[in-house]
Ligand binder design. Structure first.
Ligand code: ADP
Ligand code: MG
Length: 240
């Protein structure tokens, strides 16, 4: 589903991604771990062109996203993204947050979009909040709405960038539960997270990023129980 070869990203003269190689199969849940500043967010953002990669190859579901003519709108319909800070539209109701993009992209009529939105909101456990505004919701509820909003476009891949890092501890579980369910249903997912319990339980593979490269990757058992690289061991000793 995702194939990345020798991806480099510079911000000015600062090289942030130094040759990323990775592939993510359809239906796989891959967790990306690593210290702050190692390039995790930049890597995810390159996958849906929120950042412009400097060089390398990125193929997503057969589309070469590095080509000049790449349809960014189409790419972002295929590749949903959930952020640390929810990014809901504050002036729109929860229902309108979820229906906005499908209606605007003419993927559905307003009635169809509303029906699908209610299904999704019920699925993530916030159907009763459809008429509320983001400010009236807890962080955990907002993040579940953000996930429903992404799913409304029927993406083939979902990217999560530290989706629980801004939440009060008691709300982390409810968001992880929704993500776990999504992984079970076979969604292709790349998840940047500091939730090592989630990575261990849900990930098919774990990537450890360090200094702009994927230094080590493997099954959760390989990475958490038998890390090979000193940098991986050092990182894990701080977070586990
Ligand atoms: P992580 O998500 O692993 O914490 P990031 O991808 O956010 O790492 O950042 C990697 C490096 O790139 C950091 O040194 C950060 O300061 C730098 N960086 C990120 N975004 C920008 C930007 N828009 N302009 C300049 N530097 C950036
Ligand atoms: Mg980050």
């Amino acid at each position: 589903m995702i194939n990345v070869k020798e991806l480099h990203k510079y911000f000015g003269s600062l090289e942030v991604l130094k040759g990323i190689n990775c592939h993510i199969e359809k239906g796989e849940c891959v967790c990306i771990i690593g210290a702050s500043g190692s390039g995790k967010s930049t890597f995810l953002r390159c996958l849906n062109l929120l950042e412009t990669p400097t060089k390398g190859d990125i193929n997503i579901d057969g589309i070469n996203i590095m080509e000049k003519g790449c349809d960014v709108d189409e790419l972002r319909r295929k590749v949903g993204m959930v952020f640390q800070h929810f990014n809901l539209f504050p002036h729109l109701s929860i229902l309108d947050n979820v229906t906005l993009a499908p209606i605007r992209h003419k993927m559905m009529t307003p009635d169809e979009a509303k029906k699908k939105a209610m299904e999704l909101l019920n699925r993530v456990g916030v159907g009763d909040k459809a008429g509320s505004y983001p400010v009236q919701l807890s962080g955990g509820q907002k993040q579940r709405v953000a996930i429903a909003r992404s799913l409304a476009l029927s993406p083939d891949v979902m990217l999560f960038d530290e989706p629980t890092s801004a939440l009060d501890p008691e709300m982390v579980g409810e968001v992880l539960e929704v993500m776990k369910q999504l992984a079970k249903e076979g969604m292709t997912m790349a998840v940047v997270t500091h939730e090592m319990g989630f990575a261990r339980e849900v990930a098919d593979r774990v990537l450890f990023m360090d200094g702009g490269v994927i230094l080590e990757e493997g099954t959760p058992e390989q990475i958490f129980d038998h890390p090979r690289e000193d940098r991986t061991k050092e990182f894990l000793s701080k977070v586990l």
